[in-house]
Write a protein of this length. Structure first.
Lengths: 191, 191
DNA sequence: ACCTGAACACCGTTCAAGT
DNA sequence: ACCTGAACACCGTTCAAGT
């Protein structure tokens, strides 16, 4: 008699850290961070939850670290920038877009978790500033000021898009971000 | 025979929302957000966990909303400010101090949760700007730019204070914050 | 090497009951 | 009115076992 392997086991791509992170991000984007559980993640991957531990020995902590790395550390897009000032602008715009696209992981970003991921982000900003000839001390301040603004303003947007911004009417958040970005870019690089 | 009420029930201050929030904040500050559970909170209040629901019918959601309100919405200290520009500075410094003192609730701040709390915060900033004679449109941008910077930079600090900021040596975060704040304040109010 | 199944110690929350 | 105790449906994780 020919062996008949179990239906689910055949021709399935093997589990990998990449596929796990991808599936987790999909759950967070679609249902929120609170609904990301190991069991649900296992379901999404058509696997028992416990199989995940074989690839992420540190369990859920490692999973969340991976989400932070995936969202925060990937290089922001600055293609086609006209000079380094424009590169700063494009970098900020595309970094904000990614944060908004994965707003569910924002709470993980403001934790001590995975500090290396954000170090990589600031490093890429400092590289742009270095190209502009900004001295090292000023570049360190400029990078944190700009990144701080982008992250903080995005956080305000996430809260502001929720109902009941009593103080003012509905806000055009894209325009608001751009206006603030202009102020910060001018401050970081006057003249 | 004289009635003997149970030992625990006598002369205990009755549970109140204020005492509950206070105890919850104490747990978060001391042990982190992840260790704030209804059962542990009950222990801290010398009460069964289920008693808390009598005061917070919406349960843990309402508890977290209360933490956000307590940390984010309280007015920042600007006493003794020499003019409104100095008031903006003092406001920012004291708001950052409070965020750092309760860094464990930062993740709750970057959620859609309790948007009214942050609306109150921006309103207090706009009041200072109004006193400075800044026109309404500019004040709206300035308030979000400044608050965005303060929140975002504080988030960077929380991550940066964790080990392994590979790119640069140990950072003087107080000085870094002040330097960036100077840039932003200048941008928000040139001249 | 990779995955499963049962088990353990926890969660948040409901609900009937006590005082 | 305020709190308790038992119960329910879930968690993350360990560990022995399967293939």
């Amino acid at each position: 008699m020919v062996r008949q392997p179990s239906i689910n086991a055949q021709n399935r791509p093997p589990l990998s850290i990449e596929r796990i992170i991808e599936a987790a991000l999909h759950i967070v984007d679609g249902q929120g961070l609170g609904r990301l559980t190991m069991r649900r993640l296992g379901d999404a991957l058509e696997v028992e939850a416990m199989a995940i531990y074989h690839h992420l020995p540190r369990g859920k902590e490692q999973l969340l670290d991976g989400l932070v790395a995936h969202v925060a550390a990937a290089p922001a897009d600055e293609r086609g920038a006209a000079g380094w000032r424009d590169a700063l602008r494009r970098w900020s715009v595309s970094y904000r877009e990614r944060l908004l696209a994965h707003a569910g992981v924002l709470p993980l970003l403001v934790t001590g978790r995975n500090p290396a991921a954000l170090a990589a982000t600031t490093a890429s900003l400092r590289e742009i500033l270095r190209r502009g000839g900004i001295p090292e001390a000023g570049a360190a301040v400029a990078a944190h000021t700009l990144l701080g603004y982008v992250i903080g303003h995005t956080a305000l947007e996430v809260r502001g898009r929720a109902p009941a911004e009593a103080a003012e009417g509905p806000v055009d958040w894209d325009a608001r971000f751009t206006a603030g970005l202009n102020l910060v870019l001018n401050a970081v690089n006057p003249g």
